[in-house]
Write a protein that binds this ligand. Sequence first.
Ligand code: ACO
Length: 322
Amino acid sequence: MRAKIIGTGSCLPEKTVTNNDLSALMDTSDEWIKSRTGISSRGLVSSETETTLSMAVSAGTSALANADLLPEDIDLIIVATVSSDFVTPSTACMVQSELGAVHAAAFDINAACSGFLFALNTVDAYFQAGIYRTALIIGVETLSKIIDWKDRSTCVLFGDGAGAAVLCADEEGIMANLQGSNGSGGHVLMCRNRTNNNPFVSTDPSMDYLYMDGQEVFKFAVKKEAECIQELLTQAGLAPTDINWYLLHQANQRIISSIARKLKLPLDKFPSNLDHCGNTSAASIPILLDEVHRAGTLAPGDLVLLSGFGAGLTWGAALLKW
Ligand code: ACO
């Protein structure tokens, strides 16, 4: 049995911050941000009650309703995030408690922007092994709390949000998938956790924020994501034109356009929400999936290719029949 998506949900923060709002706070402009990235605005959490957990629960609740399942029906919850509210318990365990998904095993995955795909592929492996039959996976980030708001080259890129999918074991669904990592490239995109703090070690009191070598990440993304898609298509015995929709990680519109060009495909096969979401890391693919699903874009039987890359470095892709 393979994993089939039977419901989707998402949650964006209440507050929308435009490029012009940012240009009032720092030396940037709507023209620079839009032309370099395709981003016009992004959602940012703006109250203490809006958290990684609250957005994950909201997206998960919406996906369960969309799938017409109850929390008690779920065997497994995986949350993909690098910005959980607590070091422990995991966000997945907290989601389980909030939803009342009393029969589910729950854990988090940290694969940055590829996290949702790693979660999807993990569920597929569990289903193929016959261990579980239903799952809820959520990609969620409040990257705004780990971004250096004095670093204009990163802070304008990211947004907060959550996206979720409910899966059940079925004869049709995921047709092919892959994932990979290159830890030796991790230094181009990183964020340090709390430093040592015990009586026997001197501590650096400064908090670390997200660091990114934008041009290196850009080169990695364009090369690796295109290779990943080609490899998946070869695995499935399909040509680029056979795929109805490419839902790629929403990091930069120029990366998406470059991949469309490499595959010799029109851009209208590549839906995008960068314009109003920015880069929401692990949440970007499931938010986009929920948007196109709810807009009625995906028809039964459509071939949908999901692909992403992120810190680690990591990459992943999945081909599914809708
Ligand atoms: N506003 C105005 N000017 C800016 C800003 C800003 N917000 N940020 C940087 N600049 C300036 C720089 O200082 C530089 O000025 P200089 O020429 O006087 O030195 C100039 O703009 C060009 O900067 P570059 O870094 O060369 O700009 P580039 O064209 O490479 O675009 C960008 C930067 C958008 C970050 C690009 O490199 C990129 O998209 N990289 C990939 C990022 C990515 O995909 N990240 C996500 C990866 S995984 C994940 O999602 C976590």
